[in-house]
Ligand binder design. Structure first.
Ligand code: LRH
Ligand code: MN
Ligand code: MN
Length: 384
């Protein structure tokens, strides 16, 4: 039996998406950073923008932070600020890719002193996460080498494992350690945490609260992300997502803007057991809050369509070997127009029927441009 609209709406109303603080700051390409009027001047204003996305969509109640980009003197005040907007702090993302001393790697670096400083930052982020009430540390390593022979690949693995074990030992019980992989960039010969398998092996060595984070843009062409989801979920190690859109590599475009069918197929694979869902985007030329709002809407619609799949009919078609019958059941759901349904869910939860239109009408972008002005320099990163 397919779910009724009421059942879909009920399930959809439980969808919670984290938006990234770094997605609200100025960003750009390798060649230039583009400043937008109204760019948040500090982490508090980044949270204000996240709150606006949640106000409209009623589905983005958490904001993921990145340190040191979101460093403030008073961490508790940042938490209070989020909570006063009805938000909570999502995953805490340490940053091991910006310091010049990480040129040869952070926790894979051949120099023990550099590794120790990297571990100290990770442990500091555990402490910050605890203070913020966050339940995950989400780690992406830029570590890797550019040339054959540049470093010993096995030694690098050992160094990473040792460092991660030290950090894992510091995690309070409510926190997970999420490991994000990426096949290349900035390293172009061998990235230490290049794929889901490498990440999974580390997680298995670390313990139950270590899990893999899948960033849509972090796959080579042809990779079947739905299947990766299926494997990680079956192993109990699917920690979460960084959602974005991509055509070439880590493009960090609006979620669902390039391949909505893939996004839908991911949700079909997830079913109703959703892991942590975070958006990881860098808006270089598009308006930030609007782009983030559209991404949340696109995620809601993809999930709604996946919820409409007739699972019983699908199982029957699969058991019968009805290849196209099964495929067509997915196409049926994917082709449904779920905009009204999603609008109803948002309104029932306190949001609005058409968030992007409402945002434009509200004059929010003009107001923050007036209040915050334009800043030429970038304090938050957001190279995504
Ligand atoms: C790396 C990445 C990772 C970072 C973010 C800014 O490409 O996806 O998640 O923390 O971009
Ligand atoms: Mn990411
Ligand atoms: Mn990325």
């Amino acid at each position: 039996m397919a779910r009724t609209s009421a059942e879909v709406e009920q399930q959809l109303s439980r969808l919670e998406i984290e938006t990234p603080s770094w997605g609200y700051g100025d960003s750009g390409t390798r060649f230039a950073t583009f400043s937008q009027p109204g760019c948040p001047r500090d982490p508090f204003e980044r949270i204000d923008d996240a709150a606006e996305v949640h106000r409209l969509t009623a589905a983005a109640p958490a904001v993921a932070l990145h340190f040191p980009w979101d460093r403030v003197d008073d961490v508790a005040a940042l938490r209070r600020h989020a909570e006063s907007h009805g938000l909570r702090i999502g995953a805490v993302n340490p940053n091991l890719f910006q310091e010049p001393e990480y040129k040869l790697g952070s926790i894979a670096n051949p120099d023990r002193a550099v590794r120790q400083r990297a571990v100290a930052h990770l442990v500091e982020c555990v402490r910050i996460a605890t203070e913020l009430g966050s339940t995950a540390q989400s780690l992406w390593l830029a570590d890797g080498v550019n040339y054959v022979g540049q470093d010993d690949l096995r030694d690098r693995r050992e160094r990473i494992l040792e460092c991660l074990q030290e950090v894992y030992a510091e995690l309070p019980p409510e926190q997970q350690l999420l490991l994000e992989y990426k096949p290349f960039e900035p390293a172009f010969y061998a990235t230490d945490l290049a794929d889901w398998g490498s990440a999974l092996l580390f997680c298995q060595r670390l313990g139950e609260r270590a899990a893999v984070l899948v960033d849509i843009g972090h796959h080579l062409h042809g990779a079947n992300i739905e299947q990766i989801v299926a494997i990680l979920a079956a192993e109990g190690r699917l920690g979460g997502f960084h959602f974005n859109g991509r055509r070439y590599a880590d493009d960090d475009l609006i979620v669902g803007s390039v391949n909505p069918f893939e996004l839908f197929a991911i949700f079909v694979e997830l079913g109703t057991e959703l892991p942590r869902l975070t958006i990881d985007q860098a808006h270089n030329v598009e308006a930030k809050v609007e782009a983030m709002t559209l991404s949340v809407v696109n995620v809601q619609e993809a999930y709604a369509k996946a919820l409409l799949v007739d699972r019983d009919a699908l199982a029957a078609a699969q058991a019968d070997g009805d290849v196209l019958g099964a495929h067509e059941l997915l196409l049926d759901a994917f082709r449904r127009d779920v905009r009204d349904l999603c609008g109803r869910v948002r309104v029932a939860a306190g949001g609005v029927a058409d968030p992007v239109a409402a945002l434009r009408e509200s004059g929010y972008a003009e107001r923050i441009a007036r209040e915050r002005g334009s800043v030429a320099a970038v304090s938050a990163g957001g190279n995504g």
